[in-house]
Design a protein around this ligand. Structure first.
Ligand code: ZN
Length: 373
């Protein structure tokens, strides 16, 4: 893609790190909300890697990964350009809220969905200031990004892993679109392999669209830009783990080597657990409680699980076992993270697991997707 000349007030300069602001929107109290921008450019030409973080307020590791990654030594060695946005949602980050004012929706479900503009409906709320901001920023991303990593945190004490989005395409008559989507899947897998952390597939396509996950930062660039992208999940968000920060920086530099932006041997990913069960996996919140109760987890994040294995003890508030006193796993797989707290209602999931993948990684958009609602 063409090298960006500037993003917001940050101007790209070969061999330099430049800092600036992307004007987002104005608060009613007069302050202008901006997104911080860093452009790091090597002296030699090369691809453009976008690195974004901080769209979810309680997830504080991503900005620290960018701070450690981008330094004069890297710029001295690299080809091409990094465009980094360390705070996609400044209000959320300051308040540690996932859905902060002025938007009540999950901000990582607000990126463009590729649907035609809907006719004006006076009974509907217009897009929020944050949604409008992301729509504009997405244009800048489309114009320059060859690859993207969006940094997040999953759950308290979860392992470091990367989400692999499934890939949607708009079917055409001759199969070209499917072939392109398959080629994109291949690139995405290479990029994830280069990053070198545990890889977990997203939920099946129908569910993913229901949850608006096709409107995440990485999914929007994959589907609408046709560029490899993924979401990095970096453990506990409110207490960043230095080992995960270092391992994510090493993984990102390995992605840059894969992309031709850095020379040298692949760096080892150290200090974190990397799990390859030997079969592809996808995320699932499981097992779910059958009755209300108080639980004590029996497993750690990153441990392998077999179907039927007890994963937690369950008691009533008086301390008496409920049923056989145990919650059992319904799947083979491994623990990504455990739901925090001890009090659970029926239907609430005790853990997030990686379970055997089902469904396709590449699928056409559903038939009714592009019709007006
Ligand atoms: Zn997140």
């Amino acid at each position: 893609m063409p090298t960006p000349k500037s993003i917001g007030s940050a101007k790209a300069r070969p061999g330099e790190i430049q800092y600036g602001k992307w004007e987002a929107f104005r608060h009613p109290t007069g302050q202008v909300e901006f997104l911080p921008v860093v452009i790091a450019q090597g002296v030699k030409d090369g691809p453009c890697l976008w690195l974004t973080a901080g769209i979810h307020g309680p997830e504080h590791t991503g900005p620290l990964v960018l701070h450690e990654l981008i330094n004069p030594q890297l710029v001295g060695e690299m080809r091409g350009t990094i465009v980094a946005i360390p705070a996609l949602n400044p209000v959320g980050l300051r308040m540690m809220l996932r859905q902060p004012h002025p938007d009540s929706k999950d901000p990582n479900r607000l990126w463009p969905d590729g649907k035609p503009d809907k006719p004006h409906d006076p009974d509907k709320e217009p897009p929020s200031p944050l949604e409008v901001t992301y729509e504009k920023l997405f244009q800048a991303m489309l114009e320059s990004a060859d690859f993207l990593i969006d940094y997040h945190n999953a759950w308290t004490n979860s392992i470091s892993f990367a989400f692999q989005d499934r890939i949607l395409f708009r079917p055409d008559g001759d199969g070209t679109a499917r072939a392109e989507a398959e080629a994109l899947l291949g690139k995405q897998q290479e990029m994830l392999h280069a990053y070198g952390h545990t890889v977990v597939g997203e939920m099946p396509i129908k569910k993913l669209i229901e949850e608006d996950l096709h409107r995440s930062t990485s999914a929007a660039l994959l589907y609408l830009g046709g560029k490899p992208a993924f979401t990095a999940e970096l453990g506990t968000g409110h207490m960043p783990d230095p080992a995960i920060i270092h391992a994510s920086v090493a993984g990102t530099r390995n992605v840059m080597r894969w992309a031709g932006m850095l020379d040298g041997e692949r760096e080892p990913i150290q200090g974190i657990k990397v799990i390859d069960p030997g079969y592809p996996v996808r995320r699932l919140s499981t097992p779910r409680m059958k009755k209300a109760g108080v639980i004590l987890h029996l497993l750690q994040s990153g441990e392998m699980v077999v179907k039927g294995q007890p994963v937690a003890e369950v008691k009533d508030i008086w301390g008496r076992p409920i049923g056989d006193g145990l919650v059992h796993s319904e799947y083979d797989g491994f623990v990504l993270g455990r739901s925090h707290g001890i009090f659970f209602y029926p239907g609430e999931a005790v853990m997030s697991m990686a379970v055997p993948l089902e469904g396709e990684m590449v699928e056409p958009y559903p038939n009714d997707y592009f019709k007006h609602e």
